[in-house]
Design a protein. Structure first.
Length: 572
């Protein structure tokens, strides 16, 4: 095996890049900032080394929950990896955290600054695979669905009365006017300045197809994504077994795919993936790294592999609707009782000596502006955990666990079943919290159940999963933690955070934006909506008969450049 970088710390300026781009005018003169199409995405890739034909099989550890990645139930990597090459994207991020505009004629143009009016021009040649053009109607329908409201749905958790399940409203909720200039051009007026406007209009499905499906926005794409505006199109989904994409002959991008098909084979038990590679059952894996798995893959002479650290972080989300976890003192006691350093040493250090506990939710450790705000909880303090519970009215029983009003302090900890690393992590946390008198019951579910059903419905007490960052970390964080956000699974609500967030997404000055990021995170350390554990590494393993399969640690994921993948000429 020819191993790539074992510990590739390739990422340091994500926030800076995002803010610099957000502060630029409508031109495209910054050569380092962006490109408009495929050539910007394929720099340095071996397009001439690709042979015609071939099928690449990907070992997916999670099965898609549906295909509308803009809903909270489908807002996961299992869906993103599929629709990345099917839907319309105005913008995408490259592995070096620059923006490209594959669906646009040019970078979005700021028409006026006060009020902020921005214009997008869809590529003239952009079409869906059924032959119909990608138009402003598709984008307007996306906006209409995201911001659709129903007065009867106004509630404490949904104060604006949003009618649909939407992963994030950030940016879209600041739009006061959507104007179709022509079939390929549209303008948006923002009520207040939105600094990250360049990141809007991704994961856009065809309006005509979606509107014709029973269930519409929320569930209409559960079984079929509809027509493709990308280099591949949907062929079939054998649930529980595999999903297949095939080359889209109508793809209008500059780089045409050469692979005939990409097959997602579902292997939820991560420990089976090395054997699948060894037996030529799959060609590509992207699991959570764990020591035995990595070591096995590194022994394969026909596989290249790499570990990298990007903007993904592992965490515990607390359901504030839970009778115990709704009390911030219980959340604090958990934070005092969880030994995050021990978890990192046991599960992360084997991959890199740079792996470390994470003390920020908005920025990660190798990122400009990172501040370690979780100092209060850096070290385990069992005495403080127990005194915090006792001050909140809990008393310890003869069984060693605390109780209040006759109810034992017992909560469920849920994560993705079959993920060996997370299952081990859950057992460590259970043992650690037992020492401070908190009973943890392991309650794991398959990823499809956890992400599409349990998390959106709030059917959990503590959930262990990861958030994958983007080139816009401030606005991304707002979408996860503001009151009423559909991706705010723990139902966290803070007037202080919401106030900071409102100003943060309008800030164009880089230094001021970093200050807002710091204030957002500090507010959350007071409330503890979740407990960050560590910056999560990615691990990619690819059979060397394929070329151009490269990691992208942003939320674009490893399928970001699938149109460039191919069977190597030497292997054909």
């Amino acid at each position: 095996m020819r191993a790539l970088r074992r510990s590739a710390w390739i990422w340091s300026l994500l926030l800076v890049i995002g803010l610099v781009l957000g502060a630029c005018g409508g031109g495209g003169d910054d050569d380092d900032a962006a490109g408009t199409g495929d050539d910007a995405q394929t720099t340095g890739q071996d397009l001439e080394e690709r042979a015609a034909g071939g099928n690449l099989v990907y070992a997916a550890d999670q099965e898609p929950t549906g295909f509308n990645g803009s809903t909270s139930k489908d807002n996961g990597t299992s869906v993103k990896n599929v629709i990345e090459n099917l839907f319309f994207y105005a913008a995408k991020a490259t592995p070096d955290f620059k923006l490209t505009y594959p669906g646009l004629e040019s970078e979005p143009k700021v028409v006026t600054e006060d009020p902020q009016v921005v214009e997008w021009k869809i590529k003239e040649e952009a079409v869906w695979d059924d032959g119909t053009p990608v138009t402003s109607d598709d984008v307007q329908n996306y906006y209409d669905q995201v911001e659709k409201k129903d007065p009867s749905k106004v509630s404490e958790d949904n104060p604006k009365g949003y009618a649909n399940d939407v992963a994030t409203h950030v940016g879209y909720d600041q739009i006061t006017k959507f104007e179709k200039v022509d079939a390929k051009t549209f303008r948006v007026t923002f009520g207040t300045v939105f600094s990250d406007f360049r990141g809007l209009w991704t994961d856009v499905p065809q309006a005509k197809f979606m509107l014709a499906q029973p269930g519409g926005w929320d569930t209409g794409l559960d079984n079929n994504p509809g027509p493709s505006a990308g280099p591949y199109k949907f062929r079939e989904w054998k649930k529980g077994e595999s999903l297949t994409l095939e080359k889209n002959p109508g793809w209008w991008g500059e780089v045409k795919p050469t692979l005939d098909t990409i097959t997602f084979r579902f292997l939820p038990e991560s420990t089976t993936q090395p054997d699948a590679l060894r037996n030529n059952e799959v060609d590509f894996i992207y699991p959570q790294p764990q020591l035995d798995l990595v070591d096995q893959v590194e022994q394969l002479t026909d596989v290249e592999s790499e570990i990298a650290f990007g903007p993904t972080f592992e965490h515990l989300t607390f359901n504030t609707k839970n009778e115990f976890l709704g009390d911030v003192n219980v959340r604090k006691a958990i934070a005092y009782g969880v030994d995050r350093d021990a978890i990192v040493n046991a599960l992360m250090k084997p991959f890199s000596d740079k792996a470390a506990r994470l003390d920020n939710r908005v920025l990660v450790a190798n990122q400009e502006g990172y501040v370690s705000n979780g100092k209060e909880y850096q070290k385990v303090d069992a005495a403080k955990a127990m005194s915090t519970l006792e001050s909140a009215g809990f008393t310890k029983g003869t069984d060693g666990f605390y109780a209040k009003s006759g109810k034992k302090l017992s909560v469920r900890l849920s994560t993705t079943a079959g993920n060996q690393l997370r299952e081990q992590q859950g057992e460590l946390i259970k043992a650690q919290l037992a020492k401070v008198g908190i009973d943890i019951r392991i309650d794991n579910s398959p990823s499809t159940v956890l992400f599409s059903d349990r998390l959106p419905k709030g059917d959990f007490d503590i959930a262990n999963f990861a958030w994958v960052g983007s080139v816009f970390p401030v606005s991304s964080s707002v979408g996860l933690y503001q009151t009423g956000a559909d991706s705010n699974y723990g139902a966290y609500s803070s007037a202080e955070f919401d106030s900071i967030a409102k100003d943060a997404v309008s800030e164009l000055d880089e230094d001021e934006a970093l200050e807002f990021a710091d204030r957002m995170d500090k507010a959350m350390w007071e409330d503890l909506p979740n407990l960050p554990l560590y910056q999560k590494p990615t691990f990619i393993g690819v059979r060397n008969k394929f070329v151009n399969v490269k990691d992208n640690t942003t939320n674009e994921g490893p399928f970001w450049n699938a149109q460039t993948w191919g069977l190597a000429r030497s292997a054909a």
